[in-house]
Design a protein around this ligand. Structure first.
Ligand code: LMR
Length: 397
């Protein structure tokens, strides 16, 4: 029966984690998968999450409603759009709990396939997160890429040209903040330019929002593009929100898929369709992560603690960016390192060749994606000098 099935190579980034974990070297550094680590290189359970877990420890194990934990959906929606936003006041947001960012993208894609049909194209940035293409292809869309970044920032010319040339109702996947992997985000002014073309040409934006709060340490600031599109220029949009990075809930798979519609009636129809999609795919979503997020957001003190935790994570990332930059500059390592300082979020593409990346792994047990994207939180005060020296030796080879 399975003669037609051919071998599929493993996912590169998960494979890298596996190889790193199996490496027995005493000194090794994981700059691969984008997961936050503390100053000692360990996973960080946010103090806000610890407090929330204490509050929910007596919960039972009954099914959640199909669309997810109601308090989670309300609070997460308010978090993204702002409590007083018109889209919430006018009940124009349809939402469902989702299996983190990927699950939210899949639900969004499935919903748009229903609404738009197969002949729409999904545009993703080049480079982009390795999962984007296959998520949208898996629901039946054709996927095209547009050049997103140059070595010094967002390639606005290519970005605007792609928006101008795409057929109306094409779908564009935007990274709401902290573009993965380039680390370059449009400025607020550039988002405004993007927004006006999206509106004029009737394109449909999906915001992949995996790093809100972690990018700058200020959730509201990181949600600028989403709010601008939904609120200021009144567009219909989708938001795929993840709490993996912002609350450190990677393995709990907790996220939200939200659609902003033109009217309340349309939002009700969209939400009813989301309920059907969830029912046939997973019946109803897992409860634990949703309870944690709700317990954080509904308690003034725990919420305040979480905002401090976001600032802790984003400032440690900024500090490591600065330190790596300083070390490489001090060593006089050839390369354009300024970008380390200018970019936002967890990632930076160092601009090394695949051969250099492999050399760093084989010789020095320093792991990064083949593109030379590094996950900055893998750095800490004890290893940043070592990493810089090894990059230096590798580049000078
Ligand atoms: C990454 O890009 O490393 C993270 O978003 C983890 C993943 O699932 O790919």
């Amino acid at each position: 029966f399975f003669d037609t099935v051919t071998y599929t190579p493993p996912d590169a980034i998960f494979e890298l984690t596996k190889t790193y974990n199996a490496d027995l070297a005493a000194r090794k550094v994981n700059l691969g998968q984008g997961t936050y680590k503390d100053e000692n290189g360990n996973p960080w359970i946010l103090p806000a999450v610890r407090a929330a877990k204490e509050k929910i420890k007596e919960s039972n194990h009954e099914y959640l409603p199909i669309l997810g934990l109601p308090s989670f959906r309300v609070l997460a929606t308010e978090l993204v759009f702002g409590k007083d936003s018109a889209v919430i006041q006018e009940k124009r947001v349809a939402s469902c709990q989702a299996l983190s960012g990927t699950g939210a993208l899949h639900v969004a894609g499935t919903m748009l396939m229903r609404a738009f049909g197969r002949d729409r194209t999904v545009y993703i940035t080049n480079p982009s997160w390795s999962n984007h293409r296959q998520v949208f292809e898996s629901v039946g869309f054709g996927v095209k890429e547009f050049n997103y970044s140059l070595s010094g920032g967002v390639d606005m010319q290519s970005f605007l040209q792609s928006l101008n040339e795409a057929a109306p109702k094409s779908i564009f996947v935007f990274h709401a903040s902290a573009h993965n992997p380039s680390g370059w985000d449009p400025s607020p002014e550039q988002w405004k330019q993007i927004g006006s073309i999206v509106k004029e040409r009737q394109l449909f934006p999906i915001f992949d929002a995996a790093y809100l709060g972690l990018t700058s340490g200020d959730y509201d600031r990181d949600a600028f593009a989403i709010r601008y599109f939904a609120e200021e220029i009144g567009l219909e949009i989708a938001v795929c929100l993840s709490f993996a990075k912002s609350m450190g809930l990677y393995g709990e798979r907790i996220g939200l898929c939200a659609f902003v519609s033109r009217t309340r009636t349309l939002a009700t129809a969209v939400e009813s369709t989301l309920a059907q999609l969830i029912r046939f795919e997973i019946s109803n979503p897992p409860a634990f992560g949703a309870r944690i997020v709700a317990a954080v957001l509904e308690d003034v003190d725990i919420d305040a603690e979480w905002r401090r935790n976001l600032a802790t994570m984003s400032s440690r990332i900024a500090e490591m960016r600065l330190q790596l930059y300083q070390e490489l500059t001090e060593l006089g390592t050839p390369g354009d390192w300024k970008r380390l300082m200018e970019q936002k979020g967890m990632f930076c593409i160092l601009g090394l060749t695949p051969d250099q990346v492999q050399h760093l792994q084989n010789e020095y047990h320093i792991y990064m994606a083949e593109s030379s994207r590094i996950s900055i939180p893998g750095l800490n005060r004890s290893n940043v000098r070592y990493v810089a020296e090894c990059i230096h030796q590798t580049v000078k080879r």
